[in-house]
Design a protein around this ligand. Structure first.
Ligand code: ME8
Length: 524
């Protein structure tokens, strides 16, 4: 398998200072959809997530909880594991920065940077934000706080520095040569402007606390948590052993998906560390936007952080996955509101996709003896729908190549809309009485369209798509993109199981949501 067939997708590794919320679920979900899509597309895939467990912020959270930091991180990291299970994330690995494999990689990278004279000892005197785990210049502060709104404190301590200032030109050249290294493009411009503004050497060790990876040969220092954390992307592939199968297959074929809040660390510091150590930078950094909750910033103090587990119990997993991936263009900010979510899941999933599948399969069940119908000659509008379904895969693939998740779904739902209009226009329930052969053709065209739709939506709506493919009696080994374009995939005469609704409709009733399973209305 060639390097072009490898796809390595990573989430940020999350701080274990707090339990996971919908924002964390969102980043990992996006990666999960990309990983599923790439696997369906026959790529060799590695999908990594994990937890970032060192640093002052986590040490403080452990102290506040009255716990030893290791016991505390064990406990909170487990919550992220559980979330991955509940959300049915298909990550291949879960890295924790307190693992030995990771510590070894970080210390080796450090030694390599020292060997190449990229690190020197000095004294840091400046502002630090524990919440952001970031150093700020006086000029960056806004009304005495970090640009993120986080409080800062004055820090003065011996520190090792990384010669970041020496990498300004190399980074600018790298961004020029790789115009799609940072997506979306507006974020790229932001990073380029920042680097053009000049880079200061970066403090990469701390001495005022001890919860971190010790600096080799100078244990009074712990390695700065961002140098530690970023290394997870290669430590999980076996670094420092760059001859492992995983490293050779997947580095640098990486797409790092991050929130816009941590773009600078990924798009400036990380490639600089790697270039300075003689390693290749990753292929892409994609920065997604920020979710607010009913118009407000999600925060501990407002107590409005949404627990994805409760949401799934209430609305269903595929429904949540769909809303998050479809509601905002990937890269933009979005507002999470229950009203918007219910509208989306009812309109797109229950009324459009669910109703299409339900009414078509019910008609096949009732009027074609519960078997795949035998099509007759195709007319122009039959071909038009089949062509739209067939060209969907290349269209969705090109959206996915730039991580345009919501556009991928939008494109898919255009075909769902076209299929619903075709049902209405061809009215197979009326043909039943006037032209049964034509009805069979129309229903065949429809189930073939649904087969293709469901193969694609497996990446986004895994559970519902599997149930639709089950109802079409598509064997497990015929569900990949390699089988998408197959003509005659649905064999006339094949018995089909009784259809059952896949997307229940949510109705609001006196202050509380209830779920009602609605059967299709106009199937005859
Ligand atoms: O920054 N909307 O970890 P973190 C969208 N450990 N995404 C959100 C979000 C929101 N409201 N809130 C959080 C760290 N996220 C570091 C990363 S990587 C080497 C180290 C997501 O726990 C988003 O992806 O603060 C954001 O970048 C990430 O969680 C921050 O997680």
């Amino acid at each position: 398998m060639s390097a072009a067939d490898a796809f390595y997708v990573t989430t940020p590794i999350y701080y274990v200072n707090d339990s996971p919320h919908i924002g964390h679920a969102y980043s990992t979900l996006a990666c999960d959809a990309m990983a599923r899509f790439a696997r369906l597309d026959g790529k060799r895939v590695r999908f990594l997530t994990g937890t970032d467990e060192h640093g002052q912020k986590v040490e403080k959270a452990a102290r506040d909880a009255g716990m030893d930091p290791q016991a505390f991180t064990d406990q909170v990291s487990q919550r992220f594991h559980e979330l991955a299970q509940v959300m049915r994330f298909t990550n291949d690995d879960f890295i924790r920065t307190t693992e030995e494999r990771h510590k070894k990689a970080v210390q080796t990278l450090w030694r390599e940077l020292v060997r190449r004279d990229q690190i020197y000892l000095g004294t840091y005197a400046g502002w630090y934000s524990v919440r952001d785990e970031a150093f700020y210049a006086e000029s960056e502060l806004v009304d005495g706080v970090a640009p993120s709104g986080a409080p800062v404190e004055w820090v003065e301590e011996p520190s090792y520095f990384f010669r970041l200032s020496a990498w300004q030109e190399a980074l600018l050249r790298f961004y020029r040569e790789r115009p799609d290294f940072i997506l979306p493009p507006a974020r790229r411009n932001e990073v380029v402007r920042f680097v053009e503004g000049g880079l200061q050497d970066l403090s990469v060790s701390r001495t005022s606390f001890s919860w971190g990876i010790p600096v080799p040969d100078d244990p009074a220092h712990v390695i700065y948590v961002w140098l530690d954390a970023l290394t997870n992307y290669v430590s999980a592939l076996g670094h420092p052993d760059v001859q492992t199968d995983a490293y050779r297959a997947f580095w640098p074929a990486a797409v790092h998906v991050v929130g816009k809040d941590i773009l600078r660390f990924h798009a400036v510091y990380w490639p600089a560390f790697l270039l300075a150590a003689g390693l290749e930078p990753p292929r892409r950094i994609f920065a997604h936007g920020w979710w607010t909750i009913e118009g407000q910033k999600m925060s501990k103090s407002l107590g409005n952080a949404i627990d994805p587990v409760g949401l799934i119990e209430q609305y269903g997993l595929d429904q949540i996955r769909y809303f998050l991936l479809r509601e905002v263009p990937f890269g933009n900010d979005g507002d999470f509101s229950r009203a918007a979510m219910v509208t989306r899941m009812n309109r797109d999933l229950a009324n459009d996709y669910g109703n299409l599948v339900q009414r078509v399969l019910s008609m096949v069940q009732r009027n074609c003896a519960a078997r795949v119908p035998e099509p007759g000659p195709l007319e122009a509008d039959d071909r038009a729908l089949l062509d739209a379904a067939e060209s969907l895969l290349p269209r969705v693939r090109s959206e996915m190549a730039v991580q345009a998740l919501s556009r991928a779904l939008e494109t898919t739902f255009e075909v769902i809309g076209a299929a619903n209009r075709y049902v209405d226009a061809r009215a197979p329930w009326a043909l039943r009485k006037t032209d049964a052969a034509r009805m069979a053709t129309v229903l065949y065209v429809l189930i073939e369209t649904i087969r293709r739709l469901a193969i694609i939506t497996q990446a986004f709506l895994p559970d519902a798509s599997a149930r639709i493919l089950d109802q079409l009696a598509v064997p497990e080994d015929a569900r990949s993109f390699a089988r998408f374009g197959e003509t005659g995939a649905l064999v006339p005469g094949t018995p089909l199981p009784s259809p059952a609704g896949v997307f229940p409709r949510h109705v609001e009733s006196v202050g509380r949501m209830q779920v009602e399973s609605r059967q299709a209305g106009d199937a005859g």
